[in-house]
Design a protein. Structure first.
Length: 583
């Protein structure tokens, strides 16, 4: 468990007056790292080299306090005037003039010359205390910033006096009950120029800007924080139009909920391959393959279908501009422009070398938090290898996956694989982080290269183990059953030729069947005709025999009558005659 995660438990479970009270900075991400903000009523030292963001951090601490917590603040400047400060932070959306007019902010510029300090003799901060007290009382300040210590103590060479005056300054601020931020420049091999300030401060924050492969990234680290647990790792932070955003990237707890809801990919036959209902909502999906296999097209179908359902989608592209991507997807029947116009789709395109790796992560966090999408696409992750090592990319993506899962966001990652590499391998080694892994690959044969799609894994659901031929056409993606025969897997024109041959063979077989059926019908007709002829002949013979029998019967009857008549004429005994007697 990370330090600041442990601190959350400690801070929320202990209810005691001894627990250090904190003042929220309002700086996104920092209050999570520091478990609540800066120590209330105490002094925090913000140190770093030039350009690391010290002044902006301090100013945002005042502005957020005034606007979000109604805590007025004082900015005591030794290097920039109020006008210069207002111009510097206007790009962040901070209107200092409006805050000054509402008595929520006071800016006091103190011009200090080293020669003037040397001429006065003994060093005394009483004059500074008077000016600072007046500024605090004028607005009822709860927060104070002093920017910076180097100018204030530039003439002091005596370490004992310096330490004494620093303690005096910090004690004065503490006695006033204000939460103070003091900026200091980093020294050579030390956190500060004098190497003393960090020891007398209650909280020390180090800001750094490092350059790797000609790409600059800013980092924040809480070096020291008396009286409380805090995150101790380095955290990248981003300075943009919304101010400072810090990403607590080391929280990798597997405590997110697993949704039972399924969502369509926008490709019906792919949904069928994934158990018939598509992917789990809030899961992570990897689409890998060599160049030109259709990875982005698959991702675009997921986005298009989600936007059609009324959901928000965030698309990070690292190879194509928005206009080029929209045009290309329109050629396969996926028109994303309406979703861009309606605000359902936010497209962010940039080269991977624009920021450092952690800066990209910070930017993604900020956009996800502000846009609140249900689907996020990163196309493609292999580009990050241009600005970091494989290990660093994998660690960054692990943090990103954890962040998206914790918010129930469905994540689609595309990854470029080497044509000579193994199928079950990605260039940045993130396949183990994914819940569903789709592989799109070229299938070569008969002098052609055709696409095939596999489902290598899909956790928590039954899925197809078959290969589908992958077609991109005017009406989108179509998945076909790959032909498997004695000669192996056939795709493209070889498949079409085989199917044509099979259709011809089927026609031939059908014709043979029809011919045999006709012959059988003809023979049946012949047999039936023969049967009719025989029946007619039989009936004729039957009629003739019946006529002869009838004639014989008639003749026998006639003869009998004649005998009887002759017998009567002779007065013969007819009974004896009939029995054959003579009397």
């Amino acid at each position: 468990m990370d330090t600041y995660e442990s601190a959350k438990i400690v801070d929320t479970s202990i209810e005691s007056s001894n627990v250090l009270k904190k003042t929220p900075t309002g700086i996104k991400g920092f209050d999570e790292i520091s478990v609540g903000g800066l120590p209330r009523g105490r002094t925090t030292l913000v140190c770093g080299s030039a350009g690391s963001g010290k002044t902006l951090f301090a100013m945002e601490f005042l502005v957020r306090g005034a606007t979000e917590h109604v805590e007025p603040g004082v900015f005591l400047a030794f290097e920039e005037t109020a006008v210069e400060l207002a111009q510097s932070v206007a790009s962040l959306g901070f209107d200092l003039d409006a805050l000054i007019a509402r008595k929520l902010l006071a800016i006091d510029y103190v011009h200090v010359e080293r020669s003037e300090i040397l001429e006065t003799g003994d060093y005394d901060l009483n004059g500074l205390f008077v000016r600072l007290a007046y500024a605090i009382d004028s607005v009822g300040a709860k927060r104070v910033v002093i920017d910076s210590l180097e100018t204030l103590f530039s003439a002091l060479g005596d370490e004992a006096i310096l330490r004494s005056e620093l303690r005096r300054l910090f004690r004065w601020l503490k006695d006033r009950g204000v939460t103070a931020v003091i900026t200091a420049e980093r020294g050579d091999g030390t956190l500060t120029r004098h190497g003393i300030e960090e020891y007398v401060s209650d909280c020390v924050i180090l800001l750094e800007q490092r350059v790797h492969e000609r790409v600059a990234t800013r980092y924040l680290r809480v070096v020291k924080y008396r009286g409380t647990m805090h995150g101790t790792n380095e955290y990248p932070f981003l300075i943009d139009a919304g101010g400072i955003s810090v990403v607590p990237v080391t929280s990798l707890g597997l405590e997110h909920n697993a949704s039972e809801e399924r969502m369509s990919t926008g490709v019906p036959r792919l949904d069928a391959m994934l158990g018939g209902k598509g992917i789990y909502r809030g899961s992570s999906v990897l689409i890998s393959g060599t160049a030109g296999t259709g990875k982005s097209s698959l991702a675009a179908h997921v986005v298009h279908n989600a936007c059609r359902r009324g959901e928000r989608c965030l698309y990070f592209a690292f190879e194509e501009s928005q206009g080029q991507f929209v045009r290309n997807m329109r050629s396969i029947g996926v028109d994303l422009q309406p979703w861009l116009d309606q605000g359902r789709l936010l497209f962010k395109a940039s080269r991977p070398t624009l920021f450092g790796l952690e800066m990209h992560l910070a930017n993604m966090h900020r956009l996800v938090e502000s846009f609140e999408p249900s689907v996020v696409v990163i196309d493609h992750v292999t580009n990050f290898s241009m600005v970091a090592t494989t290990f660093e990319v994998r660690a960054m993506l692990m943090r990103l996956v954890d962040f998206l899962k914790s918010r129930g966001i469905t994540a689609i990652f595309t990854s470029l694989t080497a044509g000579s590499g193994a199928l079950e391998e990605t260039d940045v080694g993130i396949s183990s982080l994914m819940d569903t892994w789709l592989l799109v690959q070229f299938l070569e044969g008969s002098g052609e290269r055709n696409r095939g799609l596999y489902v290598l894994k899909s956790r928590g659901m039954s899925h197809s183990n078959q290969v589908r031929e992958f077609h991109l056409g005017d009406h989108g993606i179509d998945l076909l059953d790959v032909y498997v025969g004695p000669a192996g897997v056939l795709t493209g024109s070889a498949r079409q030729a085989q199917e044509a041959q099979e259709r011809a063979d089927a026609i031939t077989r059908q014709q043979a069947i029809e011919r045999k059926q006709r012959e059988l019908a003809r023979k049946r007709a012949q047999v039936e005709a023969q049967i009719l002829s025989l029946r007619a002949e039989f009936e004729a013979e039957e009629q003739e025999v019946l006529a002869i029998v009838e004639q014989d019967k008639h003749r026998e009857t006639t003869l009998r009558h004649d005998r009887e008549q002759r017998a009567r004429l002779r007065n013969a005994d007819t009974s004896k005659q009939q029995t054959g007697g003579t009397g």
